[in-house]
Design a binder for this molecule. Structure first.
Ligand code: NAD
Length: 479
């Protein structure tokens, strides 16, 4: 049995009296226990970060970059172990963890190590008057809170820029998938990262998470998770005027025009709907298809989706794993029941799957597809965050834009057309932080990442991360 404890001030704490079970989603079996932090653990971690802040904030960017590279090397040296752990903890195929999640975590540390070294400050010469230049100074201790769907991938996407730009960190991974964050603490410990620079604590969001967010010594909060939690965090932080970065839910559209490359649009729509068992904030769960194309697209989409067969995530050949937890599986099954109630026609999947052998009690649900659900019903308005997609017909471009924009969310849209002008027109008209034309989830760590409306506040990535994790101070020297 594994026992995961907090990492505070350069030390692993003793196991706390309160603990949470660690469950492997593929089997439903308990594999360990997690220390569940409270107000006192939150205060200890924040105080450690406060003590370490002055020295870390004053250190040279090259020195911080060197530490980040050591963290990246430390993860890379244990890549396979990290991949197996991420798969066991979250239910995702080990293939995905090995080729996507863990390499991306390594890349996050290397990318922001380079960013810290390459950053050059801005200057504005005012003719005949003087020179303005902008200092970018660390915020001070920050809190990074992440969800369960891409555990180390998203936590490192926050920790790396925070550290790179001189902030000490208290990080809290999801209590549902804390294993690789715990291993990241081991890496920090093994390389001798100065005490207090990175603290990783565990527990329930409404308990320790709430105390971290409310602490006055915390100068910024970078959060990824549901819109409901983001909203609670915004309320708690508002009166302290803390810097906030909120990456939240989505109900993303994939839009397919009759003039699109057919094979590409089918392949990418299936990838967009069902990657990571549909548990990515960027997943396209509303698939808008031009009416004339719908019959052939529907057949091809269903055939392609049916090739995704849920299997033991630990097998190298598996490409579709388990949902993350029993409560989440039941939430998704509830959304499927609602889709039936709302008059949807089930075209694929829709029922919990029973696997043989060690996965007999796992949380499996295959790709599920409905049609005949109008865009304004709850099934097409509320985030499901599972392998459930709906096919929705549209007549023309104006209707496609209107349908795509008609949700409270605005995170990502994928658009398939061979008409370049249409691509540009629609990209400008869509209420979405990210628009992909003829692809899906094509990420570049330099570009602004985030959503509009109920999907997000602020942007992550590249210079936006640098701007978030620093305060700009303008200095004017008169001639
Ligand atoms: P969640 O909001 O339940 O939890 C996210 C994190 O917040 C967890 O670590 C949790 O412990 C913590 N938390 C919960 N309540 C808190 C509180 N009151 N104060 C402080 N922390 C608290 O989300 P989840 O179920 O883990 O993740 C799924 C959600 O995340 C989906 O809505 C998905 O769209 C979203 N998500 C968004 C992005 C993005 O980039 N926009 C990426 C991945 C996931």
């Amino acid at each position: 049995m594994r026992e995961l404890t907090h990492y505070i001030d350069g030390k692993f704490c003793a196991a706390s009296a309160d603990s949470l079970p660690l469950i492997e989603p593929a089997t439903g079996a308990i594999y360990g226990k997690l220390s569940a932090g409270d107000a006192s653990v939150a205060a200890q971690a924040i105080n450690a970060a406060v003590r370490a802040q002055a020295a870390w904030g004053a250190s040279a960017p090259a020195e911080r970059a060197a530490w980040l590279r050591k963290i990246a090397d430390g993860i890379e040296a244990r890549l396979e172990e990290f991949a197996q752990a991420e798969s066991m903890d979250s239910g995702k195929p080990v293939f995905a963890a090995r080729t996507i999640d863990i390499p991306r975590a390594i890349a996050n540390f290397r990318f922001f190590a380079n960013a810290a070294e390459l950053y050059a400050s801005e200057a504005h010469e005012q003719h005949g008057v003087g020179l303005h230049y902008t200092l970018r100074q660390p915020l001070g201790p920050v809190v990074c809170i992440s969800p369960w769907n891409l555990p180390i991938y998203l936590l490192s996407w926050k920790i790396a820029p925070a550290l790179a730009f001189g902030n000490c960190v208290v990080a809290k991974p999801s209590e549902i998938t804390p294993l690789t964050a715990y291993m990241l603490a081991q890496v920090a410990n093994d390389i001798g990262l100065p005490a207090g620079v990175l603290n990783i604590v565990h527990g329930i969001g409404a308990d320790i998470g709430r105390h971290l967010v409310a602490a006055r010594k915390v100068k910024g909060i970078s959060f990824t998770g549901s819109t409901a939690t983001g909203s609670a965090i915004a309320l708690a932080a508002a009166t302290q005027f803390k810097k906030l970065s909120l990456e939240m839910g989505g109900k993303n559209a994939t839009i397919v025009f009759a003039d699109a490359d057919f094979a590409l649009s089918v392949r990418e729509s299936v990838r967009a709907a069902f990657s990571n068992q549909g548990q990515i904030c960027l997943c396209g769960s509303r698939i808008l298809v031009q009416k004339s194309l719908m019959p052939s697209f529907r057949d091809a989409f269903l055939a392609e989706a049916a090739t995704l067969v849920a299997a033991d995530p630990a097998l190298a050949s598996t490409r579709f794993g388990a949902l993350v937890s029993a409560p989440h599986l039941h939430k998704v099954l509830g959304a499927i029941a609602r889709a039936h109630d709302e008059g949807g026609r089930l075209l694929l999947g829709g029922e919990r799957l029973k696997l043989d052998g060690r996965c007999a009690d796992g949380y499996f649900l295959g790709p599920t597809v409905f049609d005949q659900l109008p865009n304004d019903c709850l099934s097409n308005q509320e985030e499901v965050f599972g392998p459930v997609a709906t096919l929705i017909p549209f007549d023309d471009e104006a209707t496609a834009v209107q349908l795509a924009n008609n949700t409270p969310y605005g995170l990502a849209t994928a658009l398939f057309t061979n008409d370049v002008k249409r691509g540009h027109r629609m990209a400008a008209a869509l209420e979405s932080g990210l628009v992909w034309v003829n692809t899906w989830m094509q990420r570049d760590l330099r570009v602004p990442f985030g959503g509009v409306k109920s999907s997000g506040l602020g942007r992550e990535g590249g210079l936006d991360a640098m701007r978030f994790f620093t305060e700009a101070k303008n200095v004017t020297i008169a001639y």
